[in-house]
Design a protein. Structure first.
Length: 86
């Protein structure tokens, strides 16, 4: 299975949230169309049929990515946070 780029997922989630807030404050047909497009894209990227599941999977992906990055940092720096070299 292909894993979406976490940076792109984060951008889409941010834009999705921004548009949802904007639509709640004042409806705009242009923003509504963009929200539909982003909803569709998030669902396709996460392999889901609905936005709630798409957001949950996107959050899980970003959490895994953050955890993996933390593990890589620990491997390089050692448990104490000090660099092993130099």
């Amino acid at each position: 299975m292909l894993v979406p780029d976490p940076k792109r997922v984060r951008q889409l989630l941010t834009r999705y949230a921004t548009l949802r807030i904007a639509q709640a404050e004042r409806h705009s047909p242009v923003a509504a169309r963009e929200l539909e497009d982003i909803t569709y894209t998030l669902c396709v990227m996460t392999g889901t049929a609905g936005i709630r599941e798409a957001v949950a999977r996107a959050d899980a992906l970003l959490t895994r990515e953050r955890t993996t990055a933390d593990i890589r940092t620990t491997d390089v720096e050692g448990e104490s946070g000090r660099h092993l070299v130099g």
